[in-house]
Design a protein around this ligand. Structure first.
Ligand code: SF4
Length: 319
């Protein structure tokens, strides 16, 4: 049994309802290893599944071209919610893949820590896999005498680039508690708010203060901006993923960098990794449009500064 709920019955019902047989399954790398049983059960039900091996970091990245190439009738997009309001080119079903776990102990531990710090109201946010546990954590907080606050519009869901669930309630709370694994989402929340942010990690059973991580990250980003000030030649990467494409924004950055006397090369890429971009060694600095988290997350593998659009705006103010 997988540790994630791939909602087999719903997938089969929706696919049959749309007359789909050939299904392209897209999932983040971390979930691909859990797909064997899901794949086998779909096959046993008469479907023809095919799993995309490409990386998939969000609902912003739908494999529409790939689905058309392999003749898929439908995309089963696992691990994310719908990202864009624009319609999909290929019928797509989003399966959040909730993590199946007993988090009562972690919820009680987190609540104890929040109460121990003297917080009277704590905002709850979670990533897609752990959104169903917000109620459990709210119960834990209330039991510890701490008021739990959840944004009604988003239900508490945060993505790496969307933190409205945290910013909308920041004024009502003393701190925020994120439920989910790793630093990626928790750091996005910490960067978006002034209040203290803690992360309850269901995989490690730990509650982490995000302040030191945020401090280190900010220092590294300001280093990248300062280094980019010395760059004479820039590569501006237009990321071609469906939900990330911002050709207009990229052209605007190009024009304004050129206005400051910089030489700019426009580059199109699906993946803005150094592995893909090493051929552009003539650029002294790289600006990645699209996902704002690619630049900070990939900086360590780049031998030169790599900025996102917001950081490029900061750079332009200083040139
Ligand atoms: S743009 Fe980046 S952070 Fe936002 S959903 Fe896509 S991959 Fe995640």
């Amino acid at each position: 049994m997988s540790d994630y709920d791939f909602e087999l019955e719903r997938v089969a019902r929706e696919a049959r309802g749309r007359g789909a047989r050939a299904l392209l399954i897209q999932a983040p790398d971390g979930l691909k290893q859990h797909l064997a049983e899901f794949y086998g059960r779909l096959e046993a039900m008469g479907f023809s599944p095919i799993i995309s091996a490409d990386p998939c970091y969000g609902g912003c990245d739908l494999a529409e071209g790939e689905a058309q190439s392999v003749g898929a009738d439908m995309i089963i997009h696992i691990g994310h919610h719908r990202f864009s309001e624009r319609g999909e080119g290929v019928p797509t079903l989003y399966v959040p893949a909730a993590h199946i776990a007993d988090l009562r102990e972690l919820a009680a531990k987190a609540a104890g820590i929040m109460a121990g710090k003297g917080f009277r109201a704590v905002g709850l946010v979670a990533n897609t896999q752990h959104l169903p546990y917000i109620g459990e954590f709210a119960k834990g907080l209330e039991a510890a005498g701490v008021r739990a606050v959840v944004d009604g519009r988003t239900g508490g869901l945060v993505l790496g680039c969307r933190t409205a669930a945290a910013t909308a309630i920041e004024g009502e709370v003393d701190a925020l508690l994120f439920i989910g694994g790793g630093d990626f989402h928790a750091l996005g929340v910490a960067n978006a708010v002034e209040k203290e942010v803690y992360a309850a990690d269901p995989y490690r059973g730990e509650v982490k203060d995000m302040a030191p991580v945020k401090r280190r990250e900010l220092a590294k980003r300001w280093w990248a901006i300062m280094e980019a000030m010395r760059a004479k030649t820039f590569g501006v990467v237009v990321v071609t993923k469906s939900g990330q494409l911002d050709a207009v924004g990229a052209k605007s950055l190009k024009a304004r960098l050129e206005g400051k006397g910089r030489r700019v090369f426009m580059i199109a890429a699906r993946e803005a990794s150094w592995e893909r971009l090493s051929g552009f060694a003539f650029a002294d600095a790289i600006v990645v449009t699209g996902c704002p988290r690619v630049a900070p997350d990939n900086q360590a593998s780049f031998p030169k500064p790599v900025l996102n659009m917001q950081e490029c705006e900061e750079l332009l103010k200083r040139l």
